[in-house]
Design a protein around this ligand. Structure first.
Ligand SMILES: [Zn+2]
Length: 199
């Protein structure tokens, strides 16, 4: 059993898919793995109407994430209990329960509580673009970074447990080359590309 541990900090159920292979490899090496999810993805797109309604989507996605974590072997799953803020410019941005409208010190405190409970040596989250600019992705990037910086300071958030300083913070990014390949493929298929690969 390794003394290393990774906490992946993301915004919605399914955000973790970009690094789930890395998490599975870590588990195979005896590294403890935790997953933090800020929301339940309540306002995501419903691809298959028979599986969820806008009212049930959060519960359905929470169950999917719990089941997915079980299959991968992730035993430590945390929710911050905020609401999905929706894509930039949508009415859900204004919901007072939305993650992007959370009080910053409260949101950072909730992440610090999880860091001090799980005691990761490494934290991984989105880069500053949030992958593709989703406001919740950018918020979890910003607040995870702040929590990483403060979790080891015993004078910060003493009510959230004994100080614990993770050693490293990594930002997972989508390589430009991968976006370019996807773009090229879509063009070749005659599909209009929603991505700007140089962003
Ligand atoms: Zn997401």
């Amino acid at each position: 059993m390794s003394d290393l541990s990774i906490l992946a900090s993301y915004a919605h159920p399914d955000d973790e898919q970009g690094i789930v292979g890395t998490l599975r490899n870590a588990l195979d090496e005896g590294i403890r793995v935790g997953l933090l999810c800020a929301t339940r993805g309540e306002v995501g797109e419903i691809a298959e109407p028979s599986l969820a309604t806008p009212e049930t989507l959060g519960t359905v996605r929470e169950q999917e994430l719990r089941r997915a974590a079980e299959i991968v072997g992730i035993q430590h799953l945390y929710f911050l209990d905020y609401r999905d803020s929706g894509m930039d410019g949508t009415p859900e941005n204004k919901d007072p329960r939305a993650f992007i409208n959370a009080d910053e010190s409260e949101a950072v405190g909730r992440i610090i509580r999880i860091i001090r409970d799980f005691k990761p040596t490494v934290i991984v989250t989105f880069d500053e673009t949030g992958g593709y600019g989703h406001p919740d992705h950018i918020a979890i990037h910003r607040w995870t970074t702040k929590a990483f910086q403060l979790a080891g300071d015993p004078t910060c958030y003493p009510e959230m447990g004994p100080a614990c300083a993770p050693r490293r913070l990594y930002y997972a990014s989508i390589p430009r080359s991968a976006r370019q390949r996807m773009n090229d493929y879509m063009q070749a298929q005659g599909i209009e590309s929603p991505e700007n690969p140089r962003r």
